[in-house]
Design a protein around this ligand. Structure first.
Ligand code: GDP
Ligand code: MG
Length: 262
């Protein structure tokens, strides 16, 4: 069923490590878009989520019964998630049809909690590309403020972001999630690490004296050569801050002002 083929839909996939704040950011984005009377649909593709902080318009749990998979196959939570995501591939077209039926301008997709199980199985990227179709789509990659507060935590989060970008192959923005747990000067310091790589190199050398300058230079150069952005947008889903800036950056990509287009 091709419901509305001429509709211009923008899909936003929320990705990041377990507990990084994906579901709460999804809820915050819904609230923000709705408060501005913009048309938005919320899609949950985490089969294992118990009580998400938003009401979804389309929900993978209508198709996949995670609890039943655990019981029937005697699997643990990770094994069951792998099985659930693999099974979900069969329903991508149904879920996509449901999304098209919403006829929303923006579609926010909350992705499964355990990013490593979702991104590094073939089924994860298949689901993402199947749901996005040919319309513009981006990934918001959440860098948890708890981890990004140290230079090595920040750099390793960016590296994971590149790895996830290789899997999903979508234009990607780095979001510094839970920014409310940091003091404002710490947020500025992290932003500066992202904007001026030499500051991150300095911070890395100060924090980990045995890391060589050449090593951190090489890693940062690789990140940039791969087209990975090192900049982060601080957002607090709890306090609803930073969403205006995030939206502005998303718009730049959607309007074609970014060379990361697929
Ligand atoms: N302080 C603070 N906590 C947050 C924020 N976003 C999420 N959290 C908390 O982090 C935990 C994990 O959030 P959740 O959205 O479920 O993460 P997910 O596993 O990536 O979907 C929860 O306890 C949230 O309340 C935020 O912006 N600020
Ligand atoms: Mg979640």
């Amino acid at each position: 069923m091709n419901v509305v083929s001429c509709v211009k839909m923008f899909s936003v996939f929320i990705v990041g490590t377990a507990g990084a704040g994906k579901s709460l950011l999804t809820a915050a984005l819904e609230k923000w878009f709705t408060s501005l009377e913009m048309s938005v649909a919320i899609v949950n593709i985490d089969p294992g989520v118990d009580d998400p902080p938003f009401t979804s318009d389309v929900d993978i749990r209508e198709y996949i019964d995670y609890g039943n998979i655990i019981e029937t196959f005697g699997l643990g939570p990770n094994g069951a998630l792998v099985a659930a995501v693999d099974m979900a591939v069969n329903y991508v077209q149904d879920i996509r049809d449901e999304i098209l039926e919403t006829a929303a301008d923006y579609v926010i997709v909350d992705c499964p909690g355990q990013m490593e199980l979702f991104a590094y199985r073939n089924s994860g990227p298949l689901i993402v590309s199947g749901l996005a179709g040919n319309e513009p789509a981006i990934a918001l990659y959440l860098v948890d403020a708890n981890i990004a507060r140290t230079p090595e935590g920040f750099l390793s989060s960016l590296l994971l972001g590149i790895s996830i970008n290789m899997r999903f192959r979508l234009p990607q923005l780095n979001v510094l999630s839970k920014s409310d747990i940091l003091m404002s000067d710490k947020i500025e310091e992290i932003r500066a690490w992202g904007e001026e790589p030499y500051l991150l190199e300095d911070a890395l050398s100060a924090e980990i004296p045995d890391i060589s300058r050449e090593y951190s230079e090489a890693v940062l150069r690789m990140l940039q050569d791969l087209g990975g952005s090192t900049g982060v947008i601080p957002v607090s889903a709890k306090q609803m801050t930073g969403i205006d800036e995030l939206y502005g950056k998303m718009q730049q990509i959607f309007l074609g002002g970014d060379n990361l287009e697929r």
